[in-house]
Design a protein around this ligand. Sequence first.
Ligand code: URA
Length: 233
Amino acid sequence: MKFLKEIGADFVFKTERRPARPTPVRPEPVSAVHPLPALAAPLAPPSKDIASVHEEILRCQKCPLAGDRTRAVPGEGNLATELMFVGEGPGQDEDAQGRPFVGRAGQLLTKIIAAMTYDRQNVFITNIIKCRPPNNRVPHRDEVEACAPYLLEQIKNIRPKVIVTLGKSATDFFLPDTTGGMTSIRGQFYAWHGLQVMPTFHPSYLIRNEGNVGIKKMVWDDMQKVMALLGKK
Ligand code: URA
């Protein structure tokens, strides 16, 4: 605890305690789509501006998730940022508000971002799918495929230096050929079309494993690598 405080990772133990809920049984993660051909190839220029992309997302009817949503959640933040966070998909709070990562996991993500000496407005936060899946289940492959062009257009417009992928679904989107779980994939940069992808654990996973300081420390180690690459430390 003291050590983590000293290294500035206060978010590690500041999460509010709630009674433990049973860990949901998660189906196999969606097998990743391969949105682009060669990993070494630079990203093509955007084909539309981000305002048009976000308008399209708000009107989107490309998959059945559109029928159940309250609001689509395009993402938000600084369009000129060097740092982007990509999660899995909107949950209940995000669906209600139309904003990404505003629920409990989002509050923790906001603390992590603050510990990195950014704030939410300085980075861009989004998800691989823009509408909430029923009961927050893992997105299906066809849903990820339908939504992929939106995320790719966001990335092409923003062109961050680093994309932090939060959890396995987001990591699979970018790194479909990596094998193993998050524990082995996380913590290193992967070159992705001229950008750097840093996979780390999803904030919900941290919350589900609240007493496990080791997991929090791993996330903080990963974020420190991102900070070092971006000249933040
Ligand atoms: N979990 C996610 O993956 N994304 C959100 O926006 C909220 C919770």
